[in-house]
Design a binder for this molecule. Structure first.
Ligand code: UDP
Ligand code: MG
Length: 167
């Protein structure tokens, strides 16, 4: 049985030009990429993403971090990987949340840092369990943006929805 996992390359990863390195590290897992895009993160999206941490003292700072306010890079790269034991494989590669405790060869151990303010700038987000992965993937992606059917979806007809199309 395959699992899916949401990966975010956070603004520090983009600022440090680590996209290629991170994607090659993740390719070692032999998992399949089933969705990928660049996202400009709104405050609402960041707060929803980290909703479980809203009572933590560092909540406001990690919202700014994910929005790119700390790095002058207002974007993240969002990806969905799919395959056997996807979550464990990706979390192992990412390393511990605290980059000082992360294995030195892991992504966070290699490229993360702790700011003087105490925030862990750890380059990547990786969902930590299947239900969190499902909640996060549905938050970051629409069914149309994922090339396989991961979760139940339905067709609806929407009228008078304003959206941009090529001129
Ligand atoms: N974080 C932090 N200090 C902490 C715990 C978490 O700065 O003491 C940040 C860190 O960037 C982390 C994010 O908040 O990646 C989300 O925390 P979580 O506990 O979900 O860790 P993760 O699942 O990312 O390893
Ligand atoms: Mg987490």
């Amino acid at each position: 049985m395959g699992q899916s996992v949401l990966i975010l390359i956070k603004p520090d990863g983009l600022k440090k030009s680590l996209t290629g390195n991170i994607l090659s590290r993740l390719s070692e897992t032999k998992l399949e990429i089933v969705a990928a895009k660049m996202v400009r993160v709104s405050k609402e999206l960041a707060e929803e993403h980290y909703q479980q941490l809203k009572d933590k003292p560092f909540f406001a700072e990690i919202i700014k971090y994910l929005q790119g306010d700390l790095h002058d890079r207002k974007k993240v790269m969002a990806l969905v990987y799919w395959g056997a034991e996807a979550i464990k494989k990706c979390r192992d590669l990412a390393g511990s949340t605290n980059p000082e405790e992360a294995e030195s060869t892991s992504i966070r151990g290699s490229y993360g840092r702790i700011t003087t303010g105490g925030i862990y700038e750890n380059v990547v987000h990786v969902s930590s369990n299947p239900s969190e992965a499902e909640r996060e993937i549905k938050l970051w992606f629409t069914p149309d943006e994922i090339i396989v059917d991961l979760y139940a979806a339905k067709d609806i007809i929407q009228k008078e929805i304003k959206k941009k199309v090529w001129a």
